[in-house]
Design a protein around this ligand. Structure first.
Ligand SMILES: [Fe+2]
Ligand SMILES: [Fe+2]
Length: 357
């Protein structure tokens, strides 16, 4: 990031920080100074709008999304577009999707959406697609190839044959540690589409992939997991610069697998606990190669805030702005060969939970 841009971001960040808790992510992509292609987009995710009865919705989740919309509209510089990372709804009800989209319609600018499992498993995405169109597509913007995938599909028999109603199916998929659950996957059809889509893209074009679930295997019990992640990663392998941005996990998460950098978005609804609290589980596959520190798992807004990303060198540096903590910078380390948290990565430097404030 140039000093000029960094100053502009810090200025914008200061103004927004003063506005309160920030459940949004601001992303800057800057691929090579000579191209003069720097641009930003905002990332809002996981609102889980929950219908109670009649015209009543769970207020906290409404407020999180309303605030994200208001603060996104205040961003300076204005983002080129907004990305929504999935889980508009809690139980996939048309009322929830419609109410969420009504709030999101206040955004100034184009919005791209990815399908979340909470948007999908009641009616297998029918209402979402009716409102928003295809669930996988690609587009180019200022020299970057963006791909949107529906990563929350699962086995046909689980989707079509196992349950007596859509409500039952949605309820099963919404549970954590559910032995009746089923892993997410992109699926053969979309992988074939992705291969064809990427065949037409030159290998030095930066590629940014949006998914809802991580396109890596982190924790199967909570479906922080995509079953065919390795096959999708293999399709992305020929490219010089690949970043996968995902929602679903409601927390800051970063990782490096071969040429692919991974970054999660924060939720506007609630944070999930961080990996340190589930990494010892038997189901954890040690694919999460970068250890992380959580500020405070009991602070309800801990996983909210925003981030901006600099891809100036082809490696991703991220500055996370948290509401009540100092900024955290995650920067590429040549020595480590993956992103590191510049302040907290060393075990001895970590701040124990509850002593942050
Ligand atoms: Fe979610
Ligand atoms: Fe999700």
């Amino acid at each position: 990031m140039s000093n000029y841009n960094r100053r502009r971001f810090l200025k914008a960040g200061g103004a927004l920080l003063a506005a309160g808790t920030l459940p949004i992510s601001l992303v800057e992509l800057a691929f090579g100074k000579e191209r003069k292609q720097n641009f930003t987009f905002a990332y809002v995710s996981d609102s889980h709008i929950t219908h109670v009865r009649g015209n009543q919705f769970v207020r906290n989740w409404d407020r999180g999304l309303i605030r994200a919309v208001a603060e996104t509209n205040l961003l300076d510089p204005k983002p080129d577009f907004i990305f929504y990372g999935g889980d508009i709804a809690q139980l996939g009800k048309p009322e929830e999707i419609d109410h969420g989209l009504e709030i999101l319609s206040g955004l100034h600018g184009d919005v791209h959406y990815v399908m979340g499992e909470h948007d999908y498993y009641l009616d297998l995405g029918e209402h979402w697609r009716k409102r928003l169109g295809p669930d996988h597509y690609s587009f180019n913007h200022k020299g970057v190839h963006f791909v949107v995938l529906n990563s929350i599909l699962t086995f046909d028999d689980w989707m079509y044959d196992k349950w007596s109603s859509g409500e039952e199916r949605m309820g099963q998929m919404a549970r954590l540690d559910n032995p009746q659950g089923s892993p997410f996957m992109v699926g053969e059809q979309q992988r074939a589409w992705l291969k064809k889509d990427l065949d037409a893209v030159s290998k030095d074009t930066p590629v940014v992939v949006f998914s809802h679930s991580p396109l890596q295997k982190i924790y199967q019990g909570w479906n922080f997991w995509t079953d065919d992640a390795e096959q999708v990663q293999a399709l992305l392998k020929p490219f010089d610069k690949v970043t996968v941005l995902y929602g679903h996990v409601h927390q800051i998460q970063y990782n490096q697998i071969d040429n692919i950098s991974f970054h999660a978005a924060m939720a506007t609804a609630w944070p999930w606990p961080y990996p340190s609290s589930y990494r010892q589980q038997a189901a954890h596959v040690p694919k999460l190669t970068v250890d992380m520190n959580r500020a405070d798992p009991f602070f309800e807004r801990d996983a909210t805030g925003w981030q901006f990303i600099n891809l100036d060198t082809g490696n991703v540096d991220v500055s996370y702005v948290l509401p009540d903590n100092s900024n955290r910078v995650v920067a590429w380390s040549d020595a480590a060969g993956h992103p590191v948290d510049t302040r907290y990565q060393a075990e001895a430097d970590r701040i124990p939970p509850q002593t942050h404030y």
